[in-house]
Design a protein. Structure first.
Length: 545
């Protein structure tokens, strides 16, 4: 993965991502034979389906600017025929917000409180196993409603529902990515079809970016499967798209260059069109889903938060062990440090960490250690001077040397400087391009004060309704009411009845239950792709490097 990411910092010609995403989300694909669909439970409800479309990070300012340019026709049609308003956000962390929308509960109750969770063996991304209360798909399944959920954050491992789950890790090489298990073989065929059918070639301009490529691949899968499934008689259908959020974090400075005095014309020309293109691709995916959905569907489009111009931040992924090898201070014996021939080595210093800890190879402490105890002080000083002499290609120092605290279990600590990094570093007369593995930059950001969007349209919904201050806590009770299901009295939010026509409210008086209960089992789940997911979260500034 790290080798693939070295090109992130480089300026690359327009050659592929937007085409990858646009063609992936928008192109028609051949429908599969019926035997490639999982066996679905019988329907027990005659009412219109409820379709919930989530767009991570969708911002009204961007949408309205693109509307003025005649773009995003599907979102515009939904808004003009239905209701459009702010969706009041909270918490500032996407998986927390999306889980609140799906469960109706606050994070201290539903259990998803951040992007990742610390365990005795290390940090792991959040997953469905951490959720302590049922989500909309669990509740609907309990009510014998046919349900589908595609791509929702923290939906891996795929849960057992009365219908279909395509989890948020369905694009990754890991197990339990879909439900039912019998659907896996057909899903893998469809996943491969999406990759082969949408090569992303052609004249659509874009910039290469590994994280955008991963996000596009994920959204292609969700769009592809959503088109196939949305017309198959589901009572509740939820699908989530991620790429708008990733693009907004990474390319906001070229979308709103007036906020960034240092941005260059070349940067604007290279990536200024990425955010609009990703919005357009997502809009086309929504159009395709709506075209395949039953015409009587009640549709809700939501985002977890908006976006604004934040300070540009850098993240430097640096291999400290490789640097020490170049400096002649570390020798490897296969996969291990050869302590007998090494002066120093890094400890607890993963590539993504800004803090690098170093220990001297001390005789009697390290097995076969080279440096005698009386020479440790001199070795630390030599190591410090060597690191201070390492610079980026622009001559600026790579490290800031810090005093090693006793509890750090290190002889020297250095902090990677990220103010103006380069892929190339220099040490004396030598230069190296394999120490800094990649550099990430983000500019767009969000917080609990920058709200998301709500668009609602359907035969049971009032066009132009004014729901007042609708919050993320109101989504789950509102969706349950739209399905004719009771709303839990322990929800902090309420169903927005003013969204619904008077006739619907007459036929469906509000019902309540004390609670929808808790999940029978929950706990931490790890997977072989955890490090890959954590790298992406660090690259977007979501968790500490």
């Amino acid at each position: 993965m790290q080798g693939r990411l070295r090109f992130i910092e480089r300026r690359i010609l327009w050659i592929g991502f937007t085409g990858l995403l646009v063609h992936g989300l928008a192109c028609d694909s051949p429908r599969s034979p019926p035997n490639e669909f999982p066996e679905l439970p019988p329907r027990h409800r005659e009412g219109p389906p409820v379709v919930v479309i989530g767009i991570d990070g969708a911002e009204w300012k961007v949408i309205r600017r693109l509307w003025e340019q005649g773009r995003l026709p599907n979102l515009r049609r939904l808004a003009e025929e239905g209701t459009a308003s702010d969706l009041i956000t909270d918490y500032g962390a996407s998986p927390v917000i999306w889980t609140t929308m799906a469960t109706g509960h606050a994070p201290e109750v539903h259990g998803i409180t951040d992007f990742a969770v610390a365990t005795e063996t290390g940090t792991v991304p959040v997953s469905s196993s951490l959720r302590r209360v049922p989500a909309l798909w669990n509740i609907a399944s309990r009510a014998r409603l046919r349900t589908a959920v595609l791509g929702w954050w923290a939906s891996w491992p795929a849960e057992e529902v009365a219908g279909v789950v395509v989890s948020d890790r369905a694009h990754l090489p890991v197990d339990r990515i879909v439900h039912p298990p019998s659907y896996l073989e057909g899903f893998l065929v469809q996943r491969d079809l999406a990759s082969r059918s949408y090569p992303g070639l052609g004249g659509v301009p874009t910039i290469e970016d590994a994280w955008m490529e991963d996000s596009a691949a994920r959204d292609r899968i969700m769009a592809h499967e959503a088109r196939r499934f949305v017309g198959l008689g589901f009572d509740l259908f939820l699908v989530y798209f991620r790429s708008v959020d990733v693009a907004s974090h990474r390319y906001w400075k070229t979308f709103e260059p007036q906020h960034y005095p240092s941005v260059t014309r070349e940067e604007i020309e290279a990536s200024g069109g990425v955010i609009p293109a990703v919005y357009e691709a997502t809009d086309q995916a929504i159009g395709d889903i709506l075209a395949a959905a039953p015409p009587e569907a009640n549709v809700f489009v939501v985002s977890d938060h908006g976006f604004f111009a934040g300070p540009e931040e850098h993240f430097v992924n640096l291999n400290a062990e490789r640097l020490l090898e170049h400096l002649g201070l570390l020798v490897r014996d296969g996969q291990s440090v050869d302590f007998a021939h090494s002066v120093a080595y890094p400890v607890e210093s993963p590539n993504h960490s800004r803090t690098k800890k170093f220990r001297i190879s001390v005789a009697g402490r390290e097995p076969g250690g080279r440096v005698e105890a009386r020479g440790v002080g001199a070795a630390v000083r030599d190591l410090s001077r060597a690191l201070q002499d390492v610079t980026y290609a622009n001559g600026k120092p790579v490290f800031r040397i810090r005093r090693a605290a006793r509890e750090m279990a290190a002889d020297l600590v250095a902090e990677v400087k990220v103010e103006d990094p380069t892929l190339e570093i220099r040490a004396g007369a030598a230069s190296y391009r394999d120490v800094v593995l990649y550099i990430d930059r983000i500019s767009g950001t969000h917080d609990r004060r920058h709200h998301g969007i709500l668009i609602a349209r359907g035969p049971d919904l009032v066009p132009g309704a004014r729901p007042g201050e609708m919050t993320i806590r109101d989504i789950a009770p509102t969706i349950l009411y739209a399905l004719g299901l009771p709303v839990a009295e322990d929800f902090p939010g309420k169903p927005k009845l003013e969204l619904f026509r008077e006739g619907f409210q007459t036929l469906h008086p509000l019902r309540a239950v004390p609670s929808w209960g808790t999940m029978e089992t929950w706990g931490v789940e790890s997977s072989p792709v955890d490090s890959r997911i954590l790298d992406e979260l660090r690259a977007l500034g979501y968790i500490e490097p």
